[in-house]
Each structure stands twice: as structure tokens, then as C-alpha cells.
Ligand binder design. Sequence first.
Ligand SMILES: Nc1nc2c(c(=O)[nH]1)N[C@H]1C(S)=C(S)[C@@H](COP(=O)(O)O)O[C@H]1N2
Ligand SMILES: [Mo]
Length: 374
Amino acid sequence: MKPRLPRESDFRGAAHSPRVATRVGLALAVTFGLCFLTGLLSHLIQHPPHWFTWPSRPVSLYRLTQGTHVISGIASIPLLAAKLWSVYPELFTRPALRSATHALERLSVLALVGSALFELVTGLLNVTQNYPWPFFFPPVHYAVGWIAVGSIILHVGLKLPVARAALAPEHPVAPVGTTVSRRAFLRTTATSTGVAVLATAGATIPALRHVSPLKWRSDQGSRGLPVNRTATAAGVVAAATDPDWRLEISTPAGTTSLSRAGLAALPQTTVDLPIACVEGWSRTATWTGVAFTDLLHAIGARPGSEVRVSSLETTGIYSTSVLPGTHTADPLTVLALDLNGAPLDLDHGYPCRVIAPNRPGVLQTKWVSRLETA
Ligand SMILES: Nc1nc2c(c(=O)[nH]1)N[C@H]1C(S)=C(S)[C@@H](COP(=O)(O)O)O[C@H]1N2
Ligand SMILES: [Mo]
């Protein structure tokens, strides 16, 4: 027989049936949809447009939404693998392009597969803090997320008739054995997805901490609390341990400064709040320091003023953050001096750091040097 390219009809395995492709596709639409919405939310919180306000309560809402972002992303990986396995014989359909719609459909599949793989791979590498690429992760991950979701919507729209037919009640004479092997494939897919989630979800779900061998960073770091960037890595050790360190506070009325002892002499507030990193890990700790409500009062600023926070770390996106009025008015928002009953250690932000309820970890600025109200 002359060698030839395979044809779609050569692939007869039950895993390649439209029914399986549709089932897995539905699950993928749910996990990817959740991942997109929670990712969009995280983007809005970090780059709020004027119409967007993120509340300071419930205190752990961001922990939940960002945990969902990462867990649904992880669940999407085995699901996408199963979906690709199910449909790859379509690569061999002939003629390759039948009509304009068919061409559009294939193009949308190309965009979908490319962007979805890109999102899952870069997301996974980001949570494990590997950055083998030359671009800054968040804006690219965000932009490609839109491409993925756009092409998914287009794909679902185009495939709706096929999916409907595939889910219709079984033809009475389904080939012997196919139902069993279809179920086996779906069961394996569901199990792999469950295992992937359980193996990692302990990074953010306390009850699963001892179940998840692949969780990242939720136990590492000094004082039982993870550290994303150490004081040494941030280049702040000398400035943070300088006995002449002062917190500079600037208001429209002028600039004052406070030593660490001066901050400790103000009324102190203790709060139990989580650090909820954008990477999906989160961990609760007990923080003591000056509530922003008290601090604003002490410096004569209007309650609920927006505060711009600067770090001793002066370069990069972590060097400043803005605490909106919704957060400075919340009595749980503190400029922390202590962690779990002892002075902050250098890696967690000594001399002082921001801890606010319901906020991405990336905005909980460490090694604070300056506060500014408008
Ligand atoms: N100045 C500064 N603040 C920072 C960071 C940083 O790198 N530099 N990392 C942020 C991130 S991404 C997180 S998740 C939290 C982590 O706080 P921790 O290291 O005390 O756990 O601090 C935030 N504050
Ligand atoms: Mo983070």
C-alpha cells in the first residue's frame, strides 16, 4: 500500500467522538470562564478605572477570587489536554478548507489553542516564579486572556449545532464498546483534573495544606509566613535597619516624620488578616500596628483620604501603591509594626508595612518609607 497522510476517518477511538469533545469542552468552558472573570477582577483591582471601587469587606474575598483564578487555571490544564486529544484528528480533515465559515472556524481554533496554551503555561510558570521570557508577565497575560476568551466565544458560537447534536440522546445502535470507553476517557479526565487541583489547592485552602504536595510557598519564609521578595533581593537591608529611619508623612498642610518608636507610641490595633498573593497562595497572620483611621486622625487628615504609599524599595512596580479611601476608612487597615506578636522581621517589611483587608498581596507594600495624602 502506498504511504499516505492519515484521514480523520482513521481515528475511531471513542475519545475522539463529538460527545466526548463536547463534554470536555463544557467543563473547559466553566473552568476557563471562571479563570477569565476572576483574572479580569484582579486586573481591575490593581488598575482601577474611575468607575471601579473594590470594597474592603469581606476581608477574604480577594483570597477567594484569586484562589479561584489559580485553581480554575490549574484545572483547565488537564481539561485542555483531554480536549486537544479528543479533537486532534480534525487536523486531518480533507479538504482542509471547505467554506468561508469553515476557514473562520479553523482560524478561531488556531487562535484559541495558541492563546489558551499560552495563558496556562505562562500562568503556571508565574506561580512557580519561573520567568523564562523577556516580557513583563501581567500585561501580556491579561491581553492574551482577552484573545483566548474572544476565540472561545466565537468557537462555541460556531460549534453550537454540533455540540447540541452530540449531546442529544444516544442513537440506539451506538457501536459496541464505545460507550464504555467514552466513559473511561471522561472518568480519567475528571480524575486527572481532581488530582491536579488537590495537589495544588493547599496553597490557598488551609484545610488542604497537608494534602497538596505541589502547593507553592504557603509554608516557606520566615515566621511561618511566605516571603515573595526578601529584603536582600529588594536591596533595602541598609535603609531598613538604619537607626535614622523615619516615616515621612506628607499632607497638603506640610510634611512631618515619625520614628518607629513614634509610631509605636500611637494607639495600636491588632488584626488577623491574610496575605493573598496574585499567585494564588494565601496565609493568615496576626498584625499589630497603627490603624490608618488613627494615623489620618493623628496627622489631621480627612477620614477616608486616599493615601499614596512609597517603599524603601524605590524601583519596580512594588515601590508604590495607593490605598483608596474605602480602605483607609476601614479600621482593619493598618500600618503594621508587628507580626504574630513580635516586631516584623526584615523580609516581612520591617520597619513597617501595609496590611489591608480584601486586597491583593502585591499592594501590601513592605518597607514603607513615605505616606502622602492629597
Ligand atoms: N516593597 C515591596 N513590597 C511588597 C513586595 C515587594 O516585592 N516589595 N511584594 C508584594 C507581594 S507580591 C506580596 S504577595 C506580599 C507578600 O508579603 P510577605 O513577603 O510578607 O509574605 O508583599 C507585597 N509587598
Ligand atoms: Mo504577590
